[in-house]
Design a protein around this ligand. Structure first.
Ligand SMILES: *[C@@H]1O[C@H](CO)[C@@H](O)[C@H](O)[C@H]1NC(C)=O
Ligand SMILES: *[C@@H]1O[C@H](CO)[C@@H](O)[C@H](O)[C@H]1NC(C)=O
Ligand SMILES: *[C@@H]1O[C@H](CO)[C@@H](O)[C@H](O)[C@H]1NC(C)=O
Ligand SMILES: *[C@@H]1O[C@H](CO)[C@@H](O)[C@H](O)[C@H]1NC(C)=O
Ligand SMILES: *[C@@H]1O[C@H](CO)[C@@H](O)[C@H](O)[C@H]1NC(C)=O
Ligand SMILES: *[C@@H]1O[C@H](CO)[C@@H](O)[C@H](O)[C@H]1NC(C)=O
Ligand SMILES: *[C@@H]1O[C@H](CO)[C@@H](O)[C@H](O)[C@H]1NC(C)=O
Ligand SMILES: *[C@@H]1O[C@H](CO)[C@@H](O)[C@H](O)[C@H]1NC(C)=O
Ligand SMILES: *[C@@H]1O[C@H](CO)[C@@H](O)[C@H](O)[C@H]1NC(C)=O
Length: 563
């Protein structure tokens, strides 16, 4: 369960006395490699689970505690230990359950920013440097800024130092989707995490005056409320989800129906609204709007709350807000590639948040959304892998996660995009253009003097990355190599198979490889050429490289951009 692994979280702080961060007596002692400190005024707030916490200058308060009304740091830190997708109790509602199946990894908290003030770059860099000195194994960074060339991006440079110190780094892809080129934190050494949905919905049913019933979502599920009054229809973009409900309530509304546009598409959110609310998808929104138009002033509706339901389909899908590629500066590596659950994530929240009238005050959880919430799930998974495979490098862990990710949804279909309500597959992301850095710029990123003429350079597509993205002139043939390292069993034979991108021939040699020992390396070559049918310039064609030993199955996505 990840014991002995230290996960560092740089965020807005933590709520230390929350049940999620208490040691119930089952935690192993803190690893002897830990060199950090506990900077709460009350030192006993640290324990074998929360082994350290420190705040950096620029934070409004010197204490590493999270703000009371904005629990971003508390929320993401708890997720890092709950990768098993548990459903803790929320507001004491039926249909939820608490499962104490936390990882046994240790948490080190670095308070360096708050959600309202993400650009405290100096503090964030100082926090990452402190985490490196303290001996963390994994850094979970649910923060970002608009992409910059790497030599101008202090955060990317700091994370490269972390990678050199053998620390696994995962970072949020950003929440600026569905627009192209919105991906953040896209350096090749980082696992860049997008956000997907899951199959759980906290349902709110809207019954229209004409008898039609439609489904939406709401995290607030009151059992009794005022039945008469005005229901207000804010558009999705008209403020922060919960704030909209506060405003509607203050204005005398009794209920609220949040209407998606085609941009939000199929994503609905189960926020802790302060009055009866249903957040409905675009199809449903159009139905409701039609009803309103047709019935004008005589329109009526009620909202009924049906608690948690599982089995939503399609699932998972990509949340509309998840930032999209290509990354403008990463030189041809596709980012983000794999989303992780980041929509309607229920996790720990500061104890005395005013919105929560809770009985069990030590068990306060709240829903939140974002690639921020997806990122610590991957930190937890990296902790599991690191604990089992102590000598795996950070690149090996990243490769293991990427090459074993499922490309299909729960029904075996390609994963769909919530934007525009599932008309697109989620994986048609094009390549970033390469940028040429001079010696000064490369030296800045590397943190040491580098002379490109001496160390040489390779094309981005020749980087031994777990995914393959190339550009192809259809009149030519292109070959790329990959070196495979056996982390499976000794004496394993893998058959290699390619699902060719449409219109492209891919020849792999050899067509099967035999490993006789663990850690052994084998090279393969992939040769790409056009099948001769017309291919449009700029087209992006997807395929798969698959290796199957009968015991282990691994997969590298292939993307070909036509020149
Ligand atoms: C310090 O924290 C511990 C654990 O939460 C608590 O039991 C104790 O009362 C606190 N001490 C003070 C002086 O607040
Ligand atoms: C939109 O919500 C309705 C429930 O009202 C559901 O039946 C439908 O499948 C949803 N559409 C999409 C594209 O998810
Ligand atoms: C219900 O609405 C009435 C009239 O608007 C108001 O006086 C009353 O306080 C409300 N009750 C609740 C429980 O909100
Ligand atoms: C409402 O009016 C629209 C045209 O504005 C029509 O297409 C639709 O069928 C009507 N819906 C209902 C429920 O009557
Ligand atoms: C939700 O509950 C209401 C009221 O009990 C009921 O009318 C409705 O059919 C339920 N909807 C679903 C989808 O279960
Ligand atoms: C690299 O480019 C930067 C920005 O254009 C420039 O200031 C610097 O002098 C260049 N360095 C070398 C070694 O060419
Ligand atoms: C790929 O491997 C082949 C065969 O070992 C070699 O000839 C070729 O130079 C390699 N290509 C690159 C780009 O390293
Ligand atoms: C990792 O450690 C295992 C067990 O100690 C060993 O068998 C294996 O060869 C090592 N792998 C690498 C890549 O060093
Ligand atoms: C595989 O390719 C790498 C990089 O080109 C090379 O250094 C290595 O010697 C090759 N290994 C084998 C077994 O051919």
């Amino acid at each position: 369960m990840g014991s002995g692994v230290i996960i560092g979280v740089v965020d807005s702080g933590i709520t230390p006395n929350h049940a999620s961060f208490m040691d119930d007596g089952t935690m192993p002692p803190k690893p002897p490699t830990w060199k950090g400190s506990c900077r709460f005024r009350n030192k006993t707030l640290c324990n074998n689970k929360l082994i350290g916490a420190i705040a950096f200058r620029g934070s409004r308060r010197p204490s590493p505690k999270d703000a009371k009304n904005d629990g971003h740091g508390t929320h993401v830190a708890s997720i890092a230990l709950e990768v098993l997708l548990i459903t803790p109790m929320f507001l004491g509602l039926p249909g939820h359950r608490i499962e104490h199946s936390h990882l046994k990894a240790h948490l080190a908290i670095y308070k360096a920013c708050s959600t309202s003030d993400l650009r405290v770059m100096r503090d964030i860099v100082a926090a990452i440097e402190e985490a490196i000195k303290n001996g963390v194994d994994i850094l979970s960074l649910s923060l970002g800024q608009q992409s910059l060339p790497f030599y101008d991006d202090d955060m990317m440079i700091a994370t490269l130092s972390a990678i050199r110190a053998k620390i696994f780094v995962c970072m949020a892809a950003g929440n600026s989707g569905p627009y192209r080129k919105s991906v953040e934190n896209g350096a090749p050494w980082i696992l860049t995490v997008g956000a997907s949905t899951h199959d759980r919905r906290v349902s709110a049913t809207v019954k229209l005056g004409n008898g039609v019933e439609v489904e939406g979502e709401s995290g607030y599920q009151p059992s009794t409320f005022n039945a008469t009054g005005n229901i207000i229809f804010p558009g999705f973009g008209e403020g922060k989800y919960r704030d909209m409900s506060v405003n509607v309530k203050a204005a005398g509304g009794v209920g609220m129906i949040v209407l998606d546009t085609s941009r939000e598409g199929a994503t609905t959110l189960s926020y802790d609204y302060v009055l009866p609310t249903a957040h409905v998808n675009y199809t449903t929104a159009r139905k409701i709007v039609n009803y309103l138009r047709n019935t004008s002033s005589a329109a009526t509706a009620t909202i009924a709350f049906n608690g948690t339901k599982f089995g939503a389909r399609p699932s998972p899908t990509v949340g509309f807000f998840s930032s999209r590629g290509p990354h403008p500066y990463n030189g041809g590596i596709i980012k983000p590639r794999y989303p992780w659950t980041g929509v309607n994530i229920l996790s720990a929240w500061p104890l005395d948040s005013d919105q929560i009238r809770m009985v069990l005050r030590a068990h306060i959880f709240n829903f939140d959304d974002g690639t921020s919430m997806a990122t610590p799930h991957l930190a937890g998974i990296a902790a599991l892998l690191k604990n089992i495979h102590k000598n795996w490098s950070t690149a090996t862990i990243k490769s293991a996660i990427m090459t074993t990710a499922n490309r299909f949804d729960l029904d075996g279909n390609p994963i769909l995009d919530d934007y525009k309500e599932h008309i697109n597959h989620a994986n048609a992301i094009d390549m970033g253009s390469g940028t040429r850095y001079n010696d000064t710029q490369v030296s800045t990123v590397a943190g040491s003097l580098v002379q490109c003429s001496i160390v040489g350079s390779i094309a981005p597509e020749d980087l031994n990355y777990p995914s393959i993205s190339i550009s192809l002139d259809p009149s030519k043939t292109k070959s790329i190599n990959r070196t495979l390292t056996n982390v499976g069993d000794a004496n394993e034979v893998y058959n290699i198979d390619v699902e060719e991108p449409k219109g492209i021939t891919v020849v792999v040699s050899p067509s099967s490889i035999q490993f006789s020992q663990i850690g052994e390396e084998k090279n393969i070559t992939l040769e790409f050429s056009s099948k001769g049918m017309p291919l449009n310039q700029g087209n992006i064609l997807d395929g798969q490289l698959q290796l199957d030993s009968g015991k282990h199955f691994i997969r590298s996505p292939i993307s070909v951009t036509i020149l």
